[in-house]
Design a binder for this molecule. Structure first.
Ligand code: 6PG
Length: 260
């Protein structure tokens, strides 16, 4: 396991606020140094509050949105108006409320009737829009992720072959126990990011967080253990409730805890 910054806030609100501040700061330095900021967003329900905070009247002026590119880390294979669509949630809570140029918004396509074809298309978008990192892999400035109760992150589920992928950056996958196929970013492109942030909260995530930070464990059982930025930082922003099982077993020794 890599060095991990574990940021513990009393509540989800505090965890969200830390992530929002980090995104604002990373955006400012990326824009100053490289002229643009490439941010990959998570789906699920936890980041809603983050997107609503970032797009609120007091916060949205803190980011130069016209120089930001937005991407999505995984998507259900449904249309963009479907209530299950991650992009729909991101559009409603963030994109529609900020002055980001439409050409800078890059949702995962889901229209070809074949998830593998759309995955390849999205990989071409990443290769065209993102600067290449040290190993030639397209490099996000920040990848934001969530954590499932079973330890999944993006749409990397336990036992999935996508966890072993070394070449493709985007893949079509079939989640266990779910009828709808998905498209997900793969570990090589997530781990090429300058910063990977996992935002999670609540007692239901306590088991997954404990397994994520434990000394031992395999990504095939706990997929978030695949997160290991090659030349970037891994930050995990959580509330106290999610930490309730962290005393249950030895954690890996690369964790730096910041209590808010
Ligand atoms: C999704 C996400 C998934 C999510 C986790 C946590 O589209 O659902 O890709 O990885 O981040 O399941 O979801 P919650 O934030 O809803 O708990």
């Amino acid at each position: 396991m890599p060095d991990t910054e574990l940021v513990v806030a009393p509540t989800l609100e505090g965890a969200v606020r830390w992530v929002a501040d980090t995104i604002v700061d990373d955006a400012a330095s990326a824009i100053a140094e490289r002229g643009s900021f490439h941010l990959c967003l998570a789906g699920g329900s936890t980041p809603r509050d983050l997107y609503e905070l970032l797009s609120s009247p007091l916060w949205r002026a803190r980011v130069e949105w016209e120089r930001v590119h937005l991407y999505v880390g995984d998507e259900r294979y449904v249309g963009t108006v479907d209530p299950r669509s991650n992009y729909r949630m991101i559009r409603e809570t963030l994109v529609d409320r900020i002055l980001v140029p439409p050409r800078n918004v890059h949702p995962i396509p889901t229209g070809s009737r074949d998830p593998d074809v759309d995955a390849e298309r999205y990989e071409s978008v990443l290769r065209e829009k993102l600067p290449a990192g040290p190993d030639g892999v397209p490099r996000f400035d920040v990848v934001l992720l969530g954590l499932g109760n079973d330890g999944h992150t993006a749409s990397l589920f336990p036992g999935s072959s996508a966890l072993d992928e070394t070449t493709r950056l985007v893949m079509g996958v079939t989640p266990p126990m779910a009828p709808t196929p998905r498209i997900t970013l793969t570990p090589p492109v997530i781990n090429a990011a300058r910063r990977v942030i996992v935002l999670t909260a609540g007692a239901l995530k306590a088991g997954a967080l404990r397994h994520m930070l434990a000394e031992r464990g395999s990504p095939h059982e706990i997929p978030c253990r695949v997160l290991d930025p090659t030349d970037g930082r891994l930050c995990v922003s959580v509330d106290l409730a999610a930490c309730s099982e962290l005393d249950a077993e030895p954690l890996h020794d690369g964790i730096v805890t910041i209590r808010l």
